[in-house]
Design a protein around this ligand. Structure first.
Ligand SMILES: Nc1ncnc2c1ncn2[C@@H]1O[C@H](COP(=O)(O)OP(=O)(O)O)[C@@H](O)[C@H]1O
Ligand SMILES: [Mg+2]
Length: 228
């Protein structure tokens, strides 16, 4: 079997005294789209933040293509090609789209924005607009577009379609399909029809544990519903 793009083994994470993740293990193969579903508070964001280096797990193993990620700082994890797109659509509001992309380029040394504009032509039109004046969908485009700089091997995307119009959801779905040609994707997502149409594999989380692993393909929303 080929090496996993991302492998998590027996990850345990706590906020202070309060333990939130319990022996979480999962695998993402190259070019795979893995979706993570579960109720609010199940631990999905905590899982992504732990992989991305924002939280310090109590124990466990996290590797990408065999490289250890555990104990590394967020900046180093990102530099290793593991990009995290957080749930709160935080861009630099006072900076323009161009300046936001420049920051991404500066961090990755990737100054080619062709792919960004291929995925999101609208960003080219909005290039001089301050990010604070973008709609939710446009901001999500900017965040995902910026994260594609540096040609990441893994993208961790937290609830990308939350609160977005159906047309933007359809657009993002196409983008995820394209992105998976060059990266492995882990997407936390509550939109079950979307999950079922893009996921090669679904992990359902409940109370900080992986409650089920479901194979994609013929998956139906009803298969995931018990975990929401
Ligand atoms: N910064 C924090 N400090 C303490 N507890 C937190 C913090 N962030 C999240 N939690 C708790 O951890 C659990 C998992 O939260 P989270 O990972 O955000 O879940 P999800 O993304 O699945 O909604 C919840 O019980 C939440 O209250
Ligand atoms: Mg969350």
């Amino acid at each position: 079997m080929s090496e996993s793009s991302l492998m998590v083994r027996n990850l345990n994470v706590a906020y202070g005294e309060s333990k939130v993740l319990f022996d979480v293990s999962f695998d993402v193969a190259p070019n795979q789209i893995v979706c993570c579903v579960g109720r609010n508070g199940a631990g999905k964001t905590t899982l992504l933040k732990s992989v991305a280096g924002f939280l310090k797990p109590l124990s466990g193993e996290v590797t990408a293509g065999g490289d250890n990620l555990l104990g590394r700082r967020p900046y180093d994890v990102a530099r290793m090609g593991i990009k995290y797109v957080p749930q709160d659509k935080k861009v630099f509001s006072d900076l323009t789209v161009r300046e936001n992309l420049e920051l991404g380029s500066y961090a990755t040394k990737d100054y080619n924005w062709d792919t960004v504009f291929e995925f999101f032509p609208k960003l080219k039109i909005l290039i001089d607009r301050k990010a604070g004046f973008l709609s939710g969908g446009e901001r999500q485009m900017l965040m995902i577009g910026r994260a594609t700089l540096g040609k990441p091997r893994v993208m961790l995307i937290d609830e990308p379609t939350e609160g977005l119009a159906p047309s933007i959801v359809t657009h993002l779905k196409q983008v995820f399909g394209e992105l998976s040609k060059s990266a492995a994707l882990v997407i936390v997502e509550q939109n079950l029809p979307l999950v079922c149409s893009i996921a090669h594999k679904v992990y359902a989380m409940r109370d900080g544990r992986i409650a089920a692993e479901l194979q994609g393909g013929a998956l139906k929303p009803a298969d995931c519903e018990p975990y929401l």
